[in-house]
Write a protein that binds this ligand. Structure first.
Ligand SMILES: *[C@@H]1O[C@H](CO)[C@@H](O)[C@H](O)[C@H]1NC(C)=O
Ligand SMILES: *[C@@H]1O[C@H](CO)[C@@H](O)[C@H](O)[C@H]1NC(C)=O
Ligand SMILES: *[C@@H]1O[C@H](CO)[C@@H](O)[C@H](O)[C@H]1NC(C)=O
Length: 747
């Protein structure tokens, strides 16, 4: 409930109060509440709740950029500057295993001479960790601007053997890993082949999408065409996934997500960035006479994430930052969650859009885009499309003459050379973002989704990493309703979140930032509050009211759990038969001095709660709501009454309002000490003037919580009265008739 403060009236500097009042104009407050989480968890509260732990601290700018988690074997591999770490999650006390893998001295020198920064660039930053088989992981590092890759062998379980770098497997990392520790890139290892979207030169200028064979000597590779802007134009790769298209394995494809400068975005606006999805067939081996060692099935489409505005306008979020593939029971139809940002002079923000594979496939089977006409514009291609349709994977099942892409007719190959872009963009589900954050002080950088399934429905929880060290936990009920749950400061100082991995089995998140590597529990139910109402209002699918506390779900399966179904709109009805449904607010007796200001404190437990003040003031008047204006100011911390008047005496109740439900938090009984009473000795008060005399019944009345300050005040006042009486009795009769002045005493 409301925090205990100084209920006898706290005087805040007026300037500060005016500032508060200005900042809390209804509009700004409203916009702010809209994004407000149920719970803001500061770093120190996080530690106190034992729901986070520092696994590795980032001394020497280690920069934990690559995380690889094996849930079954409970280990986490971490790629950092010159090091690979292996943490055993079931043995938190155990020292992490470590491989020291620096760049060669010559290469560091070479890097330095090229004008790069020795500390932050000229080292081997491990950026790629991909599982290869049950005993080996494939790893690549920047190698101080000469990328290198090698296998890492895991120690045999139970035999005490440690992880080691297989030195004879060292090979070039060109076309697999970027040269720079900062350039965006993506990689995916499937069936012994590494798909990577990366820059492939020192300058970082020519990024491409590659496939290389990772087993040693064989130098076969395939890639996007070089220096062909319509294939790729200054791309930044974000994610790649292998997704089967049909039951025919020949149709298996790899989808890659990136952003690039869009050529079709307009002849004038050359810098316009678009988000893209591209795909290739896994069995693509390039063309025979032309497109040798080049993708012959590479197609791309625009990913749209925009908010519809008036008159058909759209506000686009085009800067793709991260992609998460949410697997469903149907392996051919995972959901794609994309995280986008936008920034312009007037507007900046982030959005999350969700795409179905059906929508993505529809774009790829739709019309191609094409440049033509007198002004050479991008238009829909309406000409004849050759057979087999470009982008289709070769399969004997479909056509016995098409065993490989080398069997494609020349006509197909030449069409593919010049038609990579699809005409129709991919629209998100619902044609708008599921989550938008605009004009907030942070940008969203990383995205992870945890789907919780119940018998009939599902509930997605989004974990969003910001560029200032926070993780936002947001629920998506019925796919559209956004429930802001938590805003967690993972590290002590704000620093960008680099990577996140989810461990559903361990119910935790592994988060790396430039500050270190952290383990973070998925929930902190007890922090939502000590009542059923607080617990249920949060609508956190990991938490439930078990009759006594707000507790994690699975622990309470046997007991009678409430508010389990966070999708139910009337979560609170589930708490109504509990005692607190009729609970009375905390009651406090407070004194204010006439003509002075008084402050009645009332803090909402959650930033999502709105506070409402009701008052019964004066004799016989009814209940009224107090709003800012006149001598009242409703502030975030409480109610300020300026220039207290006699008529202000009464009862004030502060209520927490949310989701059309309100409940009392604190009830104040305000007594006004009259101004004269401060100056006039007590004997004068008999003349119809009520002094600071306390109703003795209130003192001992049950349910009245008297703050020590009030007690002290009252005690002091009694002492003063006693002293006056004693003085009076010892005075001469003449002076008894005269008025005695005394210095007013500060309360
Ligand atoms: C956190 O862990 C410490 C040590 O294990 C323990 O003393 C403390 O009570 C725990 N706090 C909470 C809130 O669980
Ligand atoms: C995994 O791959 C490595 C490297 O090619 C190989 O030496 C090893 O035998 C493989 N292990 C298993 C269990 O297949
Ligand atoms: C009333 O306010 C005045 C000016 O702010 C202050 O000097 C005085 O001490 C206050 N009196 C009491 C009794 O609080």
């Amino acid at each position: 409930m409301a925090r205990m403060g100084a209920p006898c009236g706290r005087r805040l500097p007026l300037a500060a109060l005016l500032l508060c009042a200005l900042l809390l104009q209804p509009d700004t407050a409203g916009a702010w509440k809209q994004h407000a989480p149920r719970l803001r968890v500061a770093y120190k509260d996080l530690l106190k709740s034992n729901s986070s732990r520092l696994l590795l601290s980032s001394g020497d700018g280690l920069g934990f950029q690559a995380l690889l988690l094996d849930e079954d074997r409970a280990w986490l591999m971490v790629g950092a500057k010159n090091h690979i770490f292996l943490l055993h999650l079931d043995h938190p006390g155990r020292e992490p295993e470590k491989i020291f893998w620096p760049a060669s001295r010559e290469q560091v020198e070479h890097c330095r001479l090229a004008g790069k920064d020795v500390e932050t660039e000229c080292a081997n930053f491990i950026r790629l960790l991909q599982p290869y088989n049950s005993s080996h992981v494939f790893a690549c590092g920047t190698g101080s601007y000469q990328p290198v890759c090698a296998f890492v062998q895991l120690g045999a379980r139970g035999k005490g053997a440690l992880m080691r770098l297989v030195t004879h497997s060292l090979q070039s990392g060109r076309g697999r890993c970027p040269y720079s520790p900062r350039q965006p890139f993506t990689a995916l290892l499937v069936d012994g082949e590494l798909y990577s979207g990366t820059s492939s030169d020192f300058m970082g200028s020519s990024a491409a999408f590659f496939r290389t064979w990772v087993r040693g000597a064989e130098q076969s590779y395939i890639r996007t065409e070089q220096n062909q802007d319509h294939w790729l134009h200054e791309p930044a790769f974000v994610g790649a996934f292998a997704i089967p298209d049909t039951y025919n394995p020949h149709d298996d494809k790899v989808y890659v997500f990136f952003r690039e400068t869009a050529l079709e975005a307009g002849q004038w606006d050359r810098r316009h960035i678009h988000a893209r999805v591209a795909r290739v067939c896994k069995n693509d081996v390039g063309g025979k006479r032309s497109l040798i060692n080049r993708w012959s099935t590479f197609l791309k489409a625009r990913l749209v994430c925009s908010i519809p505005g008036p008159q058909g306008t759209q506000t686009h979020f085009d800067q793709l930052e991260d992609v998460f593939l949410l697997r469903t029971r149907d392996p051919q139809n995972p959901l794609i969650f994309g995280l986008f940002t936008v920034s312009s002079g007037v507007f900046s923000g982030s959005a999350v859009c969700v795409y179905s594979m059906a929508a993505i496939r529809a774009a790829f089977s739709g019309p191609f885009a094409h440049k033509e006409g007198f002004d050479y514009r991008w238009v829909e291609y309406k000409g004849r499309v050759p057979y087999p349709r470009p982008g289709m994977c070769p399969s004997e099942t479909y056509d016995p003459l098409l065993r490989s892409t080398k069997d494609f007719p020349d006509e197909v190959i030449s069409f593919v050379r010049s038609h990579q872009l699809m005409w129709e963009p991919v629209q998100p589900q619902g044609r708008q973002p599921v989550l938008v954050r605009v004009n907030v002080p942070y940008r969203l950088r990383r995205l992870l989704v945890h789907r919780l399934e119940t018998e009939s429905r599902h509930y997605d929880v989004l974990f969003l990493g910001t560029d200032e060290g926070k993780v936002l936990k947001v629920g998506l009920a019925s796919g559209t309703e956004v429930i802001n749950l938590e805003e967690i400061s993972v590290s002590k100082a704000p620093s960008p979140i680099l990577d996140m991995k989810l461990s559903p089995k361990r119910q935790e998140l592994l988060v790396s930032s430039t500050q270190g590597l952290f383990q973070l529990a998925l929930y902190r139910c007890e922090l939502y509050g000590k009542t059923c109402t607080d617990c249920c209002l949060a609508r956190d699918p990991y938490c439930t009211w078990d009759g006594k506390t707000c507790a994690p779900h699975q622990l309470t399966e046997k007991r009678r759990a409430r508010c389990q179904d966070v999708l139910k709109p009337d979560v609170l009805s589930q708490c109504q038969d509990t005692a607190e449904g009729t609970a009375v607010a905390t009651e406090k007796l407070v004194f204010g001095v006439e003509k002075n200001s008084t402050f009645l404190e009332c803090l909402a437990r959650s930033p999502q709660t709105t506070i409402r003040w009701l008052a019964w003031r004066g004799e016989g008047s009814g209940l009224s709501e107090i709003r800012t204006g006149g001598h009242f100011a409703v502030l975030e911390q409480g109610l300020l009454i300026r220039q207290l008047g006699r008529e202000d005496a009464g009862t004030y109740e502060c209520q927490a309002v949310e989701r059309s439900f309100s409940r009392p938090l604190t009830r104040y009984s305000l007594r006004v000490i009259q101004h004269e009473a401060m100056e006039v000795p007590p004997y004068r008060r008999s003349k119809g003037v009520e002094g600071p005399r306390m109703d003795p019944r209130a003192l001992g009345a049950p349910g009245t919580s008297l703050d020590t300050y009030c007690n002290a005040l009252w005690h002091q006042e009694r002492q003063r009265q006693k002293a006056w009486h004693q003085k009076w009795q010892h005075r001469s009769p003449e002076s008894k008739s005269g008025r005695v002045r005394r210095q007013p005493q500060a309360l």
